[in-house]
Design a protein around this ligand. Structure first.
Ligand SMILES: [Zn+2]
Length: 420
């Protein structure tokens, strides 16, 4: 049951849902991006799902499971920028490095190249330091083409470097929204996305998948390409919803989203095998003007053989690709790969990943054999679970506010304001 009751002047959420651990890589998904694997996801209580506009509950910060850095504020988001690299170029006005004990050990102007030496880090040409190093520059750093406002921790493990940026929460939210959404989107749609992005990352920070970082910077989590060149429209969306998150059963909700559902969203159960009360399928006719409402992709036989090989089937010229099963919303769930006497069925999501998310844009599709290959004909872009971003934009253009948008795509979840 989900109850809203008043206590000590504030409103609290009461529920019995416990958030299960993050299992496989989740996917917030995004527009052109919008991919990633399965979110594990909360098996929340099966409460009747209210359909009204999401209400903002004023929740004492202590009642929300938000990660804290110290008493004064939220800890920064730890974003994995680069993993398993031999070298890394770090640029800044004055690039400084501190060791684990907090002592300043190096300073360089301009650019410095770091490289892994076993479990140690070579700084430029000569110096070698113990791992990890915390690196910062007064005016921010450029690391691998990304501008970062705060410090970056670089660690060496088995001859490879890993770089993790520490990014203030709201700067992270604005930067992700700027890469996951189109600048042409209505401000209310961008606000809805900002809440989803913030909730997603706070949940990741609550139970980090990795001891050294909370999220990755690609489509596995949410696309983050640094904090510069973030247009005002995106910063305003983060600012307008500052501190707001979606909760369910007293815990942060799993706010996955995608570009375009193509007419009907997918259930978390069908996409990832775990039922989530607020991630059910719904009819969405608001994404009609999405540029990827319909798509086609021509796959050559050669490419099909490469994809089959990536999935463990060494195929000949007689390769056949067929949809072998569909989810309750009509999306492909299994793909049969057959060649010679071998026939194998694979999860359609794995097939899509191997073929490339930008090619096979969704699983709401047909595979038509043509000439020397196949024509993939589909609708929508992304995994289809949770908020349809072009649908959110359609709703906003029709006068709906971000709370109504969130209430529609995450029915039963409540908007709450936490944080300092
Ligand atoms: Zn839609």
């Amino acid at each position: 049951m989900l109850l809203l009751f008043s206590s000590g002047g504030g409103l609290l959420l009461a529920g019995c849902a416990a958030m299960p651990p993050r299992g496989e890589p989740p996917s917030a998904g995004g527009p052109p991006p919008g991919e990633g694997g399965p979110p594990p996801a909360p098996a929340g209580p099966k409460a009747p799902l209210p359909r009204e506009t999401a209400r903002v509950a004023k929740i004492p910060p202590a009642a929300l499971p938000l990660p804290r850095y110290d008493k004064s504020g939220m800890r920064p988001v730890r974003v994995l920028l680069a993993g398993r690299r031999k070298d890394l170029s770090v640029e800044g006005e004055a690039v400084r490095a501190w060791n684990a004990a907090g002592n300043l050990v190096a300073e360089d102007g301009g650019a410095v190249t770091l490289s892994a030496r076993g479990e140690r880090i070579r700084w430029g040409g000569e110096k070698v330091f113990d791992s990890p190093l915390d690196i910062a520059s007064p005016s921010g750093l450029q690391v691998g083409g990304k501008h970062l406002p705060g410090r970056v921790r670089v660690a060496a493990k088995q001859g490879q470097l890993h770089a993790v940026a520490f990014v203030p929460l709201e700067e992270y939210v604005a930067a992700v929204v700027s890469r996951e959404a189109s600048p042409s989107f209505h401000p209310e749609a961008l606000s809805a996305l900002a809440v989803a992005v913030r909730t997603y990352v706070l949940q990741a920070m609550e139970k980090p998948r990795h001891p050294a970082h909370d999220v990755e910077s690609g489509v596995e989590d949410q696309v983050f390409e640094g904090t510069d060149n973030v247009p005002d429209v995106f910063r305003k969306a983060a600012e307008a919803t500052r501190g707001e998150v979606l909760t369910f059963g007293g815990s942060l909700a799993r706010t996955v989203y995608h570009s375009t559902c193509g007419g009907r969203t997918e259930t978390a159960k069908d996409a990832w095998g775990t039922d989530v009360p607020y991630l059910r399928s719904l009819v969405c006719d608001d994404c009609l003007d999405s540029p990827v409402r319909k798509w086609q992709y021509r796959m050559t036989r050669k490419e099909g053989r490469r994809v089959a090989l990536a999935l463990g089937v060494r195929a000949d010229e007689d390769l056949r690709l067929e949809i072998a099963g569909r989810s309750s919303t009509g999306r492909a769930s299994r793909i049969r790969i057959a060649s010679g006497g071998v026939s194998r069925e694979t999860a359609a999501a794995a097939f899509r990943r191997a073929a490339g998310y930008a090619h096979v844009r969704s699983l709401k599709m047909e595979i038509v054999p043509v000439g020397n290959g196949w024509l993939f004909v589909g609708q929508g872009y992304g995994h289809g679970v949770g908020m349809c971003q072009w649908g959110a934009n359609g709703m906003a253009k029709n006068g709906k506010g971000y709370r109504e948008i969130l209430a529609r795509y995450y029915p039963g979840a409540l908007l709450a304001r936490g944080g300092p």
